[in-house]
Design a protein around this ligand. Structure first.
Ligand code: NAD
Length: 278
């Protein structure tokens, strides 16, 4: 797997989350965005509560918890209301208060990512939107009752919500639903002073990315044409997530923030050399 430690943002994590408890959902392995986010939050002073889809995915999460004692690990398949209820109950028992919820979960059946979007089946549509978008609502329902004012909820999305990327297919529709979900949750939870935001991340080499046909093309396009000609990786997303989790972002809610070396803002590729000539 590729370099995940883009040097921008990796150095010296400020203690922005001292005394806070952060639930991070979606570690699959040490390349996961969620792993880097959780690690950064722990370095920022947070106590961690990590959820993984199953026992196998829990191995790297447990290793991270061993490095940052005082945290908790649970399994939770977000397709199951019972498992979500159980995590809600366990969090109430083990930590009592949750200040930050990070939702870094996405899934579409492989068949829906192969071929064209036009052929998407009803079943694959339902699965992709359930796991990738509804799960944010379902998780918030269990965790918001544990959140004091000042709480922050963050999810991860992709530019495929706004634009056509061959092979991203129904995930693009699921991400559009997820971004709308962020706005609606922000409206509902704003009066409780709970913020809800999304980070639209550039392509990162993770397990989920491996399931996207054409991912390498998406990855190379950013590397070749984003205005910031610098490495990009999970660490950059972790830094922006830390900002949104912290009180420094206390007036930001209902927002989708792009963290992608500026790729989304460009109408054309940025020439790497000889800009302005000819
Ligand atoms: N990798 C990228 O290029 C990229 C870019 C933008 C956004 N994202 C988003 O970031 C988020 C995290 O993905 P990642 O790239 O770190 O990959 P990842 O594979 O490390 O993480 C995806 C996670 O979703 C979990 N998951 C899938 N189905 C689940 C279920 N039913 N219940 C519970 N968990 C389930 C997986 O177990 C895994 O931990 C996803 O929402 C993804 O769409 C990724």
């Amino acid at each position: 797997m590729a370099d995940v430690g883009a040097e921008n943002g990796a150095a010296g994590v400020p203690k922005l989350l001292d005394g806070k408890t952060c639930v991070v959902m979606g570690i699959q392995n040490k390349w996961s965005s969620a792993y880097h986010i959780a690690e950064t939050m722990a370095k920022a002073g947070a106590r961690l509560a990590l959820t993984t889809v199953d026992e196998r995915a829990k191995r790297d999460a447990d290793a991270l918890l061993a490095q940052h004692p005082g945290g908790f690990g649970y399994t939770c398949n977000v397709a199951s209301d019972e498992e979500l209820d159980a995590v809600g109950e366990a969090l109430r028992r083990d930590v009592g208060t949750v200040d930050v919820l990070v939702h870094a979960i996405g899934y579409a059946p492989r068949a829906a990512m192969e071929g064209d979007f036009f052929s998407t089946t009803r079943a694959d549509w339902d699965t992709a939107l359930d796991i990738s978008a509804y799960s944010l609502v379902a998780a918030a329902q269990r965790i918001v009752p544990l959140m004091p004012p000042g709480g922050s909820i963050i999810t991860l999305t992709y530019l495929g919500a706004d634009r056509y990327f061959p092979g991203y297919n129904v995930m693009g529709v699921a991400k559009a639903a997820l971004e709308a979900t962020v706005r609606y949750l922000a409206g509902d939870l704003g009066p409780k002073r709970i913020r809800v935001n999304a980070i639209s991340a550039g392509p990162m080499k993770t397990a989920a990315a491996r399931g996207i046909p054409g991912f390498q093309n998406m990855y190379n396009t950013l590397a070749d044409s984003a205005p910031l000609a610098q490495p990009f990786g999970q660490q950059d997303v972790a830094g922006a997530t830390l900002l949104l989790a912290s009180d420094l972002a206390g007036a930001i809610t209902g927002e989708t923030i792009f963290v992608d070396n500026g790729y989304h803002a460009m109408g054309m590729s940025i020439p790497r050399e000889g800009a302005g000539e000819g």
